[in-house]
Design a protein around this ligand. Sequence first.
Ligand code: ADP
Ligand code: MG
Length: 237
Amino acid sequence: GLSAESYRHQHEITVSGDDIPTPFTTFESTGFPSEILREVHHAGFSAPTPIQAQTWPIALQGRDIVAIAKTGSGKTLGYLMPGFVHLKRCRNNSQMGPTVLVLAPTRELATQIQDEAVKFGRSSRISCTCLYGGAPKGPQLRDLDRGADIVVATPGRLNDILEMRRISLRQVSYLVLDEADRMLDMGFEPQIRKIVKEVPARRQTLMYTATWPKEVRKIAADLLVNPVQVNIGSIDE
Ligand code: ADP
Ligand code: MG
């Protein structure tokens, strides 16, 4: 409709794909569970950021997404909030492995994502474990054994733990690749491909990237099914 078009125009959002839903311009219009909206209110946020407004309704439809947006645009909650809703719908046993898997390039980033998941998922009783290199495996393995709905991991460490057979990804049905361009620049493509082989094909996949070079387009074409593409601002190739 016209209001969707004017919101997109105003916020430099471009979309491609079939039947793109109207952006959620307010938190109330998201239909998120009240315990999540309470956390948003608590954080003092006044409105969804443009990437959130446009990707939330698409993600809630269960569709794959490629989102191209610069840092600081609110991508983390962009995928975490629909991930929380997905978890509520699945009601899997976290002892059997995570339902939501987020891959991120660095320890620092993975930790920030976990902090956001803990903060906004607390009242929904969502558990989250973070796996990254440059730290002993013991405490991370013990955390995993307690069960985690969400695992946030760097590809190298997750692959090590997979090879030790200390985690199962058979229950993952919501897969996020955050900062995909940086992960590829850091040489993580082989680990990412090995990890994705362990995740069932019947899943929702969301990929976030700041740039859109051919290496990223290639892995998106391999891992995503009929994705909706959402760009905020201009595209750097
Ligand atoms: P990106 O991953 O795009 O770089 P982040 O997800 O790290 O961005 O978000 C940047 C900051 O904006 C974080 O501190 C986050 O808590 C905050 N933020 C996220 N969504 C909103 C919102 N709707 N309103 C205000 N601040 C937000
Ligand atoms: Mg980010």
